[in-house]
Design a protein around this ligand. Structure first.
Ligand SMILES: [Zn+2]
Length: 511
């Protein structure tokens, strides 16, 4: 593959040609510590690496993508004790919750999710190897990495040893040869979970997990290692020191990619500041597409500032794309057509330039505008629409619409076709969706029977609940601005004075 693509490498501080070692491209992204609900900062990072992965695959690369799960850690132990759960139960609960968040955000799964507690033999092998080679030393049941033995330590974060401070746990810190040394293996306290090791019962340090897992699943050198900027030091610096000292091969990572951090106003969003917004809270207010557009509207290396207004603007963008996709091309693709090729080229140019999704999204919005203009002037736009849809879905991971066409046979009327589209808010529970679709059908039936007043009443009532009905030549579009509570409809029919007739629900097709 030609080196059209450039990526910014934190290690060199420059944009470099992307030339992976071979096939498949090996990618590792630091995963979660499952002790609480994942927040929007996690969403940002995993959406970014999801799009990088999608784009590489779109360009024809095959990927092997590994993301670890740190399922043993001080925070997990603390929280499990607090909630009266076992460590395994707590970690499983939040791991499951993390996967359901990622699915909701349309973030594709990595190929392998190794868990720290299942990789203890490999971790011990790497720690023992480092001890053998003189890069690590045991002390009081723990094992520490001897930072002074690595001449180029600090190359990723551009720090020199003298200016560094240790940020690793203080467990057994008095036993360290030097304050910069960090822990590879922690001796356990009597009431903590532990594994047998040559140095006594203990558990792995955080940094060594990622080195051991990437060595095991991806080999000595990986192509892309990703994570948030806050992981550059000490986590990634330490990963380099461990992996290169163990394997004797450099580089451990060809391209280090780091995303900017999510901010809330001027502040970093963090658990300690108590200003976290969980992914579930955000998804209760807006669609996954809106969250993706919000994240991708800014360059991945820049900090991103969260605000409700920014999410609302992103939701508006999602709606604009959807309306274009829903637009019917009356020419049926025949005759003079809008040429989408220049837009496609610009889109690839932006993505090839260090995954400039902000620019790529802007190109898609330009294309959407051009499609609307083409439609207004009678030009065919069928092909342009499929280009828009493919780039938005395959590369940026947007779902765009969920179009459900319901055929309902109503007593005494002909079959009605209802085009119901969910375009805002999270996916409603099925019982609510069925209820709304029945009301939409009922309204159409009333309109057919020229009972305008009652029909309008249904529309007004649904609007109060945040569901807007729009009549178009394509059918009725249902816009879910929010998801009503289950039970909101209980007295609605009585209030409206409507006796809903039995309907035989037809097929529901998802497009
Ligand atoms: Zn890591």
């Amino acid at each position: 593959m030609e080196a059209a693509m450039k990526v910014f490498n934190t290690l060199s501080g420059e944009k470099e040609d992307f030339l992976p070692q071979g096939d498949p491209v090996k990618m590792y992204v630091c995963g979660v510590t499952p002790y609480a609900e994942a927040h929007i900062g996690h969403a940002m990072s995993y959406i970014i690496f999801d799009v990088i992965r999608r784009y590489l695959e779109f360009c024809g690369y095959t990927l092997r993508y590994v993301q670890n799960i740190t399922d043993i850690d001080d925070k997990i132990i603390e929280r499990a004790n607090l909630l009266g759960l076992s460590i395994a139960e707590l970690a499983q609960k939040y791991t499951d919750s993390f996967f359901s968040d990622m699915d909701a955000l349309n973030v594709g799964r990595a190929d392998i999710y190794p868990r720290a507690t299942e990789e203890i033999p490999k971790i011990i092998e790497v720690v023992a190897g480092l001890v053998d080679r003189g890069y690590a030393y045991p002390a009081q049941g723990s094992v520490y990495f001897r930072v002074r033995k690595v001449a180029d330590y600090g190359k990723l974060s551009r720090r020199d040893l003298e200016s560094m401070m240790t940020t690793e746990s203080t467990v057994g810190s008095d036993d360290k040869e030097s304050p910069m040394d960090f822990v590879l293996w922690k001796a356990s306290k009597p009431d903590e979970p532990s594994w047998e090791s040559p140095w006594g019962p203990g558990r792995p340090g955080w940094h060594i997990e990622c080195s051991a897992m990437s060595l095991k699943y991806l080999g000595d050198t990986i192509d892309i290692h990703g994570g948030g900027r806050d992981l550059i030091f000490p986590h990634h610096e330490n990963e380099i020191a461990q992996s290169e000292s163990f394997s004797g091969k450099k580089p451990f990572v060809k391209y280090w990619l780091h995303n900017g951090l999510l901010q809330l106003g001027e502040e970093k969003m963090s658990k300690s500041l108590g200003n976290l917004i969980t992914i579930k809270e955000a998804l209760a207010k807006c669609s996954a597409d809106a969250i993706r557009i919000f994240v991708l509207s800014s360059h991945y290396r820049s900090p991103l500032t969260y605000s409700e207004e920014a999410l609302e603007a992103a939701e508006g963008g999602a709606e604009r794309l959807l309306r274009v996709i829903l637009r019917n091309d009356p020419t049926g693709g025949v005759g003079e057509a809008l040429d989408a090729e220049p837009y496609k080229k610009q889109f690839f140019k932006a993505m090839d330039d260090d995954f400039n999704t902000a620019q790529a999204l802007a190109v898609l919005f330009d294309l959407a505008r051009a499609i609307n203009q083409a439609g207004d002037s009678g030009l065919s736009f069928l092909k342009a629409k499929s280009v828009l849809s493919e780039l938005a879905r395959s590369v940026l991971g947007l779902r765009i619409p969920r179009i459900v066409t319901l055929s309902a046979t109503l007593k005494g009327t002909a079959t009605l076709k209802v085009k119901a589209t969910v375009i805002r808010g999270s996916k409603p529970p099925p019982e609510i969706e069925v209820e709304v679709n029945r009301l939409v059908e009922e309204r159409l039936r009333l309109r057919n029977a020229k009972q305008w007043q009652l029909a309008d009443k249904i529309r007004a009532k649904l609007a109060e609940l945040g569901i807007v009905l729009e009549d178009t030549s394509e059918g009725t579009i249902t816009i879910w601005k929010c998801t009503p509570e289950v039970g909101s409809f209980d007295n609605l029919l009585a209030e409206l004075g409507i006796a809903l007739e039995d309907t035989a629900q037809g097929n529901s097709v998802e497009a």
